[in-house]
Design a protein around this ligand. Structure first.
Ligand SMILES: Nc1ncnc2c1ncn2[C@@H]1O[C@H](COP(=O)(O)OP(=O)(O)OP(=O)(O)O)[C@@H](O)[C@H]1O
Ligand SMILES: [Mg+2]
Length: 232
């Protein structure tokens, strides 16, 4: 079974003459542990798709299934619990809390969930991401690449099943961007996390094992899943 599936997703913003159809009947699925890039021109619906797959936004029509369960059949509270426990998010703008240190930022989602942090797991993430000597710093004292690593550690602190990343390298120079991407891929492999990575950059997308291309709200190309077509 696919860990995440969507069926005929539609999203229309606004109404009447100003209505924008951001997604037109998008159907696809993601296997556990898969690293998939979603690319396409600006305005093609990449962020919209990511937000709906991650339960951050409701579709106008269509469904998303996480391990076979209909995401939007949950009430708001159930959906936010599922999001907090099973999904991780990384955005272009890092979105760290400026008043908290790097370490506090990493622990924040676990603490918000009123759970005890798994210190061993967090230390492992910190080491994997190479931010051990930056944990007491405020975000303002960190480089963009370091802030994004903190954001990745935060997104993985809850041991999510799926990591959604929207242009995670968009604010970084080429070198830090490549480093952050390599870390995302490494983390996904090591932890068996499914990675859905939105980028408009073909060079970044080509680092993924699968590339979905969106154009004008529809999938126009899908390089396909590993082993697709063979029953395993
Ligand atoms: N909240 C919103 N209200 C109205 N229109 C929206 C909203 N969010 C997105 N759109 C429109 O939906 C379409 C898809 O937007 P989306 O942000 O998903 O594109 P994108 O592929 O992520 O683009 P980019 O590469 O620039 O980030 C665009 O036409 C956009 O203007
Ligand atoms: Mg976008």
């Amino acid at each position: 079974m696919q860990i995440l599936e969507c069926h005929k997703l539609q999203k229309i913003y606004g109404s009447g003459a100003s209505a924008v159809q951001a997604l037109r009947e998008v159907s696809t699925g993601f296997a556990q542990g898969e690293i998939c890039a979603v690319r396409g021109p600006s305005g093609s619906g990449k962020s919209t798709l990511l937000h709906i797959l991650g339960g951050l936004e409701y579709p106008t029509a269509g469904k998303v299934f996480y391990r076979g369960a209909d995401l939007f059949a949950y009430n708001d509270n159930q959906l936010s619990i599922l999001r907090r426990r099973r999904f991780g998010f990384v955005f272009q703008a890092y979105n760290l809390v400026q008043e908290l240190t790097a370490y506090e930022n990493i622990l924040l989602p676990v603490l918000l969930d009123r759970r005890k942090p798994d210190k061993k797991h967090v230390s492992m993430l910190v080491e994997m991401l190479g931010i051990g000597d930056r944990l007491d710093h405020l975000p303002s004292a960190l480089s963009g690449g370091q802030q994004q690593r903190v954001a990745i550690a935060r997104a993985l602190a809850n041991k999510p099943a799926i990591l959604f990343a929207d242009e995670p390298t968009g604010n970084l120079d080429g070198k830090s961007g490549r480093e952050v991407l390599a870390l995302l891929k490494y983390a996904s492999r090591e932890l068996g996390v499914t990675l859905v990575l939105v980028t408009h950059d073909l060079h970044i997308a080509e680092q993924a094992e699968r590339i979905i291309t969106l154009e004008d709200g529809a999938i126009t190309h899908d390089s396909g899943q590993r082993g697709a077509g063979h029953e395993s």
